[in-house]
Design a protein around this ligand. Structure first.
Ligand SMILES: Cc1cc2nc3c(=O)[nH]c(=O)nc-3n(C[C@H](O)[C@H](O)[C@H](O)COP(=O)(O)OP(=O)(O)OC[C@H]3O[C@@H](n4cnc5c(N)ncnc54)[C@H](O)[C@@H]3O)c2cc1C
Length: 462
């Protein structure tokens, strides 16, 4: 689509007449101009619209098509890759007013929600029923629509999987303004192409998601959090393999490198409770959360994990009390903000097969050294998903370093993002590192959904 720089006063009057909450240029909230990517481009959208239901979304798509205005979809804007960042002159369709929990079907353990419902809102609603939606990206203010479009993962993926493992059905407004429903609220489905899964992770480039049907999970009431320091990342990776091979099903398996832990301890109420010599000997920490239905099972799992951690070379294994555990997990969730405040120039996620995390981080250290950069981090080690904070103020050098970091992850069998998506930040690197035949196939999929190139950033509309 050739985006029209200004569709003119008639178009504006028509948009205003739709009766949908709008902010025009000059009255845009700063928050609506960016997401949490570290590289905001400062583009000015044509307007930001806040639909309250599907019909509003259909009307907005119709308007955008008639006037040649591209659409940027937006949930809560917590994305880290620039996916929700407005494109110059686009209409931002922000879903935060579509926040109705349409149905909770307790018998089938399914919820139907509008796209703007946040994770916090959904889980607060489900708590009295002893259920939860277990996917937990670090920002509970993120929306289900945003989670679907990034295939959000987060800390609990090691046990519960990521967004695509929990979404059963979607309601979509397509680029031609039609409404379709994909999937069904059932446990299995073998009826035609799985378009639900195709849209998951598509970052607002294939369709606008207006409603999401998700599977729910009973909560496990008994929980223990273990913090284990290790002298090497290799030992951390080995421990993860052993824990999972033993059939333990931790709900969380995170690593935090020594530098990141030092910042976490400085910036949060969490106290480490380890002797200084032990801290000095630690290269990285493993955080393990066990959740079970019964206290007896928890004791059994704790005893088993203790043995495994010792055999894997843990320098210690501290079972944290509730307060300390909450502080540590909350601190880990804030790692992004700590890195940003410390001046990280990029914070990226890369995924590799989980047994290769230590090898990958060796590559990361070597590449960082070669480029004169500092790279620290933490991540979902149980999923092989590392979050790297890259300190390197020379943009050109950093761009090259990032591509090498992604290339190294791919060489180990991984991918350039495990959960944050490509957005606008990683798209060029993705093109550089991906089989052109695969990119061409994806472009044909895009053209089938959105032949006029209405949805998403220009590079992804071609
Ligand atoms: C501190 C912090 C920690 C984080 N931790 C994690 C983590 O552990 N794991 C993880 O996966 N992510 C994490 N994130 C990233 C972020 O929370 C997720 O990417 C989340 O899924 C984004 O949801 P959102 O509602 O904010 O979407 P937005 O950022 O608004 O949008 C994300 C993408 O989805 C598209 N989109 C949004 N809504 C719709 C819709 N209804 N229809 C079509 N397209 C739509 C947008 O165009 C964009 O491409 C973290 C972010 C922060 C700030």
């Amino acid at each position: 689509m050739q985006v029209v720089p200004d569709p003119g006063p008639g178009a504006r009057a028509e948009l205003d007449s739709l009766g949908i909450a709008l902010a025009h240029r000059g009255s845009l909230a700063d928050d609506d101009r960016h997401d949490e990517s570290l590289h905001p481009r400062g583009a000015e959208p044509y307007a930001v619209a806040r639909p309250v239901d599907r019909d509003d979304v259909v009307a907005l798509v119709g308007w955008a098509r008639r006037h040649g205005v591209a659409i940027t979809a937006r949930g809560a804007g917590t994305g880290l890759s620039g996916g929700a960042e407005p494109v110059e002159g686009s209409l931002v369709v922000c879903f935060d007013q579509m926040d109705r929990i349409v149905e909770v079907d307790l018998a089938n353990q399914v919820a139907v929600v509008e796209a703007g419902v946040t994770l916090r809102q959904l889980n607060e609603h489900l708590a009295p029923y002893g259920l939860h939606y277990p996917v937990a990206p670090g920002e509970t203010s993120s929306t289900l629509g945003g989670n679907v479009n990034t295939n959000a993962g987060g800390m609990r993926a090691v046990r519960h999987g990521v967004t695509r493992h929990h979404v059963l059905a979607l309601e979509l407004v397509l680029a031609d303004g039609s409404v379709v429903r994909t999937g069904a609220p059932v446990a299995k489905l073998s009826s035609g192409y799985d378009l639900t899964q195709l849209v998951i992770g598509s970052e607002g480039t294939l369709a606008l998601v207006t409603e999401v049907t998700v599977r729910l999970t009973p909560r496990a009431d008994h929980r223990a959090t273990v913090l284990a320091p290790f002298a090497s990342l290799d030992a951390v990776t080995g421990a993860v393999t052993r824990l999972l091979r033993a059939g333990l099903t931790p709900s969380l398996l995170e690593y935090i490198d020594a530098l990141t832990m030092a910042v976490l301890v400085r910036e949060t109420p969490f106290t480490l409770g380890l002797a200084p010599e032990r801290v000095a000997a630690t290269a990285a920490y493993l955080v393990l959360v066990l959740e079970t239905r019964t206290a007896a099972q928890l004791d059994e799992d704790l005893a088993a994990s203790d043995e495994i951690l010792e055999a894997a070379g843990a320098l210690d294994a501290l079972v944290l009390d509730g307060r300390a555990a909450d502080d540590l997990i909350a601190g880990r969730e804030r790692a992004f903000w700590f890195a940003k405040a410390a001046g990280a120039n990029d914070i990226v996620d890369v995924v590799v097969p989980r047994a290769h995390v230590a090898r990958y981080l060796e590559d990361v250290a070597r590449l960082a050294g070669e480029h004169g950069a500092l790279v620290t981090g933490c991540g979902h080690v149980g999923d092989g998903n590392v979050h790297l904070s890259v300190f390197c103020s020379d943009d050109a050098v950093r761009e090259r370093l990032l591509v090498e970091l992604y290339r190294a992850g791919i060489a180990l069998g991984g991918a350039i993002s495990g959960e944050h998506g490509l957005g606008r930040d990683k798209w060029e690197a993705y093109l550089e590192l991906t089989d052109p035949a695969l990119v061409a196939l994806q472009r044909r999929v895009k053209a089938a959904f959105d032949p006029e190139g209405l949805l998403g950033p220009p590079a992804r509309r071609a």
